[in-house]
Design a protein around this ligand. Structure first.
Ligand code: GLN
Length: 544
């Protein structure tokens, strides 16, 4: 067994407590002390991956360099740690069963009855240890999705119990995240739900080493003592996690509470160095003290649930801090945008982003939004479907191909400016069959994007099936929509821009996945900068 140390993060009382943010914050503190740290998420649902899930279910589907479609918590891990994740960082029940069943079909279990214990639990244990055995990390934080006591998380809890026993003392610990609710009628914080969830964990043979208690009010010393006594942990191991104004405050709040110190003590690791969080604090300082403000419209169809566009929202926070400007992202439902009401709905926006998406719902609204941005010289960024809509709008309005469309929306269109690649045509399985993960892209010399990236060769992550149809490339370029980024191997168009417009860029890939606190994405930084310039120009014009 390797020397890697394991931290398991479980959740009690209720879901949505923010286990991902706590795990990412602890990882940040450990990384800032020099420990090579990564995080893994185990999801108890039966989908093989979240790629086939509607964003309304679990929010955005996050994509890694290696093309894994994963839980959005992996986005937080990358944004906090600036370390790339991969397929190994996200495991679902679907994937576990798929792999065990495939082994059974190959006869690998030598005639044995295949059961939840030990076969499913062994598979879970193996998946947890893959990252540890790579030798790349000192500490692995494994977040168990769901809430203890759920039927579906039982095999995970049993796998953790076995692993803790096998790893031995100080090599594996459990952090249990709970809720300490405030009852306004009684005027009190209540500890009972936490006591019950710790008890549920104990019934499965697991003792929590550290309690992180989510709360809306400060937890007094008395309550900490009570929680410690009844939950069988030391008082220093009862950590308050109070609501924060931004998720980026949480690492510092956890440091104040001593989460990293108590974690290192429990793992018998030296804790004498102070975490170096200078860069993090500088980012926070810029984020909290903006010198100006801009409003960007996010045109999408899943806007009711902010988590649907999580990475885009976070990329704007990073780019805002880089430009020392507060970016207000105004979500606008594309289904409600018509040629008639567009002026009213988009008036006052300093920039427009048309979001990624699938299917027909709301696309005409997106086309209208592109047209508005293009004709009014408003800085525009189109991502994936947003780029495709920009191409369609250009074909319809400028080239006069008024029935042009993507074959995703209209199979019979006479002008399929966005269409399927030959390889995609025979695919019937929906899971994991899109163009996924990191692809090279070469940027045209002298283009806006080349200037924005400060480089002509980039790698970006994809998640789509449809592509720019190269048959229309020449015609589009002659009319002023330039293909300024190409895949060097296939010639597929990855970026389009309009040089006669102040800032109009459409990208077939998803830049938002790669933006982190330490390294804000150049395209978002450039876009926000252009938006700010546009706003200042408008202000000056109205003053003149
Ligand atoms: N639906 C489009 C496609 O599959 C765009 C996907 C996206 O925006 N991620 O090509």
């Amino acid at each position: 067994m390797s020397d890697t140390k394991y931290i398991f993060v479980t959740g009690g009382v209720t879901s949505s407590l923010g286990k991902g943010i706590i795990a990412a914050s602890l990882a940040k503190l450990l990384q800032a002390r020099g420990y090579r740290t990564t995080i893994q998420k185990l999801d108890p649902y039966i989908n093989v991956d979240p790629g086939t899930l509607n964003p309304y279910e679990h929010g955005e589907c996050y994509v890694t360099d290696d093309g894994a479609e994963t839980d959005l918590d992996l986005g937080h891990y990358e944004r906090f740690l600036n370390v790339r994740t991969s397929q190994a960082n996200n495991v679902t029940t679907g994937r576990i069963y798929q792999s065990v069943i495939e082994k059974e079909r190959r006869g690998e279990f030598l005639g044995k009855t295949v059961q939840v214990v030990p076969h499913i639990t062994n598979e879970i244990k193996e998946r947890i240890q893959i990252l540890g055995n790579s030798g790349d990390y000192d500490i692995i934080i494994t977040e168990i999705g769901g809430t203890v006591g759920d039927i579906e998380s039982l095999p995970y809890i049993e796998a953790v119990r076995q692993l803790l026993w096998e790893l031995g003392e100080h090599n594996g610990i459990v952090i249990h995240l709970t809720l300490v609710p405030f009852l306004s009628a009684a005027g009190e914080l209540k500890t009972k739900p936490t006591q019950h969830s710790v008890k549920t964990l104990m019934e499965s043979g697991i003792k929590a080493d550290i309690l992180v208690c989510r709360t809306e009010h400060n937890i007094s010393e008395d309550i900490k003592e009570k929680l410690a006594l009844f939950c069988n942990v030391r008082k220093e191991a009862v950590i308050q996690s109070i609501d924060a104004s931004t998720i980026y405050d949480v690492p510092l709040l956890m440091q104040e509470e001593g989460l990293d110190t108590v974690t290192l003590e429990k793992l018998a690791l030296p804790n004498d160095t102070e975490p170096n969080l200078d860069q993090w604090k500088e980012f926070l300082n810029r984020h909290k003290n903006p010198k100006d403000k801009v409003t960007i419209g996010l045109i999408g169809k899943y806007v009711e649930l902010p988590d649907s566009y999580k990475s885009i929202q976070e990329a704007f926070i990073h780019a805002g801090a880089a430009n020392e400007v507060d970016v207000e992202v105004k979500s606008i439902h594309s289904e409600h945008l018509t040629a008639k009401n567009i002026d009213k709905k988009l008036k006052g926006l300093d920039g427009i982003l048309v979001a990624p998406g699938f299917g027909e719902r709301g696309i005409e609204g997106k086309v209208n939004a592109v047209k508005y941005a293009r004709e009014n010289n408003i800085p525009f960024l189109g991502i994936c479907l947003g780029m495709q809509m920009a191409v369609i709008e250009f074909a319809r309005t400028v080239l006069g191909l008024d029935k042009s469309n993507s074959t995703e929306m209209d199979k019979e269109t006479p002008d399929p400016v966005i269409s399927l690649m030959e390889e995609q045509k025979s695919i019937t399985d929906m899971g994991g069959t899109m163009r996924l993960g990191s692809w090279d892209c070469h940027l045209k010399e002298g283009s806006l994007v080349e200037q924005v990236y400060g480089s002509s060769d980039i790698e970006e992550r994809h998640r789509h099936r449809y592509e720019f149809n190269n048959k229309y490339k020449e015609q589009m370029e002659e009319a002023g929509l330039v293909a300024s980024g190409l895949n060097p191997k296939t010639g597929l168009v990855e970026v389009v821009e309009i040089p006669s417009h102040p800032w109009f860029v459409g990208v077939q890939y998803h830049p938002e996945y790669k933006s982190t606190v330490a390294s804000p994405h150049p395209l978002f930084v450039g876009f926000v900068k252009a938006v700010l310039t546009h706003k200042q120009k408008q202000n000056n014009a109205s003053l003149a």
